[in-house]
Write a protein that binds this ligand. Sequence first.
Ligand code: HEC
Ligand code: HEC
Length: 346
Amino acid sequence: MKLSLLIFCLYFCLACNSDEDTYVPISEDKALDFPQPDFFPQPVYDLDENPPTEKGFELGKKLFYDGRLSSTGVISCGFCHIQEFSFTHHTHEVSHGVNGALGTRNAQPLVNLAYFNEFSWDGAAPHLDAFSIIPITTDVEMNETVTNVLNKLESDEEYIDLFSIAFENGKVNTQNMFRALSQFMVMMVSADTKYDKVLEGNAVFTEAEAAGKALFDSKCSGCHEGILFTDQSYRNNGLPIDPRYNDIGRKRVTGLETDKYKFKVPSLRNIAVSLPYMHDGRFKTLKEVLDFYDSGVQLTENLDSVFQQSNSIGISLSETEKEQLIAFLNTLTDDNFLLDRRFSEF
Ligand code: HEC
Ligand code: HEC
């Protein structure tokens, strides 16, 4: 069975102990307005099916920062997804989970998830509500069972109260837990960068930023496309294969040879703070990323055709062009989002 299908089925098996699929918040709870920016596409996440509410969000946040979701009681979602670094695991190439266990991939930023079709570097999770089961049950991440987590939550009065107000059936169950986590995560909308202000006519680019934008539009936006800075496709950008992990990328999910070494094109919003870079965190700086695109791209299986258009492989860039591109990429940082107290642990 395909990995994505397996995860999906697993999720629905676990979720099937609930009585209803839709619910409306009861009177003690209030609907939250989803902060849809004017110039963004419509969310992919079905906000009618799981509408964020005050208590659902509060519950999701409590779960997100609770170490009890892991077997050792100390690894919360927020341990690997730190807000000020765009919810990434700052300075960690690959993630560290329970008892320091090493994973094989770099923790992804949690930004604008409401607009994504699929989740993880290879798209293993086809729905946000189905995602959280992966970190909870993965041995090198939280290494816990969903049943144990629910038992722990059921012995905590505060959780019982929150579940009973946030969801119509009031139950402490798998479906409600994952829906609450999703309510917290879909509200993480980031659209208040200098780039956005320029779009709205409220700021102007410096000369270097403007030159960087022109370069970006001609050399990068084919993949890091549009307002989300990703076309959400899976591509091989020619990273040398790291024999320590030998990560086959999207092929892990589809089984297709033509997907070997392809990874999801990442969004570049808040890229200046979400280092280190790439699925295995191999580059520490944006300069290293651009040096790689300029002279490090390898002709591995399924290398994207964009990188094979001239005599040399990759995207040729001068030192000045690299500086201009970095100036542009720095306009994609949204400080208000990174410091927004609604998402902070304390
Ligand atoms: C041990 C570190 C670690 C912990 C703990 C952790 N994550 Fe992650 N997270 C990662 C890594 C690594 C990835 C990339 C996974 C992959 O591609 O296989 C990721 C990816 C994600 C994504 C996908 C983002 C995207 O753009 O597709 C979401 C959503 C997410 N995590 C949410 C959570 C939630 C919710 C929890 C807690 C239940 C959690 N994570 C706990 C390390 C962690
Ligand atoms: C053919 C599609 C494609 C093009 C063109 C492309 N990229 Fe990428 N980019 C990717 C993919 C795919 C990844 C993730 C690769 C991985 O981790 O295996 C990536 C990763 C990155 C990252 C790291 C992001 C992170 O969160 O770790 C940065 C920064 C980046 N690209 C910037 C650029 C810039 C700047 C350009 C233009 C000079 C560019 N890219 C051109 C597909 C592309």
